[in-house]
Design a protein around this ligand. Structure first.
Ligand code: MN
Ligand code: MN
Length: 460
């Protein structure tokens, strides 16, 4: 028995076989990242994989039975994977894993198109917590849907294929940037200046008059969009389009020990919970894996975790077995799978080293998150934290614990408190991330694999 606690580095502990498994798992994860940049993309990708695994569409009026595998897509942006077990749901509840698949980005405004000085732009309204300066002068891709009249749904994805054009927001040159450089970082870039260049070729042979008056570039772009997607300018008012960083997930380091990508928060947890439910076919438990939407803006709306939909899914499972849904919820257990801030040696002052997670040290368990004296958090009961610890330790899961930064340095929340509100024991388990919410975030391959093993242990 070890009296002293020491955090273990997974890479140091791993043998050749384990290392191979870690690097192998990362390949699948990178592929998933590239096909799940937005919550809509994540749902489409998860649906495809679920169908391959024999999952069938779910219905609220269906009577489920042991062995059933179902998927439910809630309004294109939130997916539930359900695997019904043999165990009594009233007595043992359901084992739930929730990660979110929305990530900070730049949404288009309802009237996004304008022209200025020979350039055509889309105006944006940022979504989630971003450092605005990070989104200038990087290649951006456009993802989403537009509704054209009479219910026609048009999907858009431009900038991901290497032959596609990309979009970009310009920044001032350093030669003229002294005024900007003197401003505090948070105020240097105005939200209204986050306009992305979308074109520069004017329509030729149009009406007489000055180029600017005719908005010849805008006219040409609208014509092009109409030809390609059948949309007109007013259709943007019924759309969900956003700019995300263009390009793919990449290995980082000579040893490829890490991965840089857009949207690790929170696909680095969504992928492990999904692969864990897929790999737990023989589990006696009824398992539910959820990809949630809107976490970055407060888990609101029909597709966020404050919605009743998750409760409705659990009720449907309960009713299938004639069980009392209240009892099922009360006996259920949940892992709120979300990222936390890993210790960054470049910024030591915002961390408290003893109570921070470190890269390569395994799945990150956080009993609570929140800010200002643990406000706005699920503070998991010690008994439940102990139950999770035993499950992880008995299954060889590398895990660590930490808070998101030092006391009063800031803070953050997850969906955990909304699941706990339903009377379900919930604890945060995730992956430490560096440069969280930046266009390219950094994680360790050892940690995403550790979270997969943690989810597997929870499903077993
Ligand atoms: Mn998150
Ligand atoms: Mn986040």
């Amino acid at each position: 028995m070890e009296l002293k606690y020491t955090r273990k580095n997974v890479y140091k502990e791993a043998d050749g076989k384990e290392l191979e498994a870690i690097y192998g798992y990362a390949e699948g994860y990178k592929k998933f990242l590239d096909n799940a940049k937005t919550e809509r993309d994540a749902c489409v990708t998860a649906e495809k994989l679920a169908i391959e695994k024999g999952y069938k569409p779910f219905s609220f009026s269906e009577k489920l039975k042991a062995g059933d595998k179902r998927y439910f897509i809630n309004r294109h942006k939130n997916i539930f994977l359900i695997k019904v077990g043999t165990e009594d749901v009233a007595k043992h509840g359901v084992r739930i894993m929730v990660a979110h698949v929305d990530s900070p980005r730049l949404d288009l405004k309802p009237n996004p198109v304008f022209e200025d000085s020979g350039l055509c732009y889309f105006k944006t309204h940022y979504y989630g917590g971003i450092k605005k300066y990070q989104w200038l002068s990087i290649p951006l891709a456009l993802h989403g849907v537009v509704m054209t009249p009479n219910g026609k749904r048009v999907e858009v994805c431009v900038g991901e294929d290497e032959n596609d054009p990309v979009f970009c927001i310009t920044d001032i040159l350093p030669h003229l940037g002294s005024e900007q450089a003197a401003k505090p970082l948070g105020k240097a870039i105005d939200g209204e200046s986050l306009n992305a260049v979308i074109g520069g070729l004017p329509e030729v042979g149009g009406e007489e008059g000055k180029e600017e008056e005719k908005e010849a570039v805008k006219a040409a772009i609208l014509k092009l969009l109409n030809k390609k997607y059948g949309l007109t300018e007013v259709d943007f008012q019924c759309s969900e389009l956003c700019f995300v960083p263009a390009g793919k997930a990449r290995d980082v380091g000579f040893d490829s020990a890490l991965i840089s990508s857009y949207g690790h928060d929170d696909k680095v947890c969504a992928y492990p919970e999904m692969t864990a439910i897929f790999d737990s076919e023989n589990s006696p438990h009824t398992l539910v894996a959820v990809f949630a939407d809107k976490e970055e803006i407060g888990s609101v709306g029909t597709t966020g975790m404050q919605s009743w939909v998750i409760s409705d899914v659990i009720d449907t499972i309960a009713h299938s077995f004639g069980a009392n849904p209240i009892e099922v919820r009360y006996n259920s257990k949940c892992i709120s799978a979300d990222v936390t801030a890993g210790y960054d040696p470049a910024f030591p002052s915002v961390f408290e080293k003893r109570n921070t997670t470190f890269l390569h040290c395994g799945a990150a368990v956080s009993k609570y998150t929140g800010a200002r004296g643990k406000s706005n958090t699920n503070d998991a009961p010690a008994e439940y934290a102990g139950w999770i610890r035993d499950i992880f330790d008995n299954n060889g899961v590398y895990w660590q614990t930490g808070e998101l930064g030092a006391v009063d340095a800031g803070g953050g929340g997850t969906v955990a408190m909304y699941i706990a509100n339903l009377g379900i024991d919930t604890i945060d388990v995730g992956v430490p991330v560096l440069s969280m919410h930046a266009p390219y975030e950094l994680i360790s391959k050892a940690d995403v694999y550790s979270l997969y093993k943690a989810c597997l242990a929870f499903c077993k």
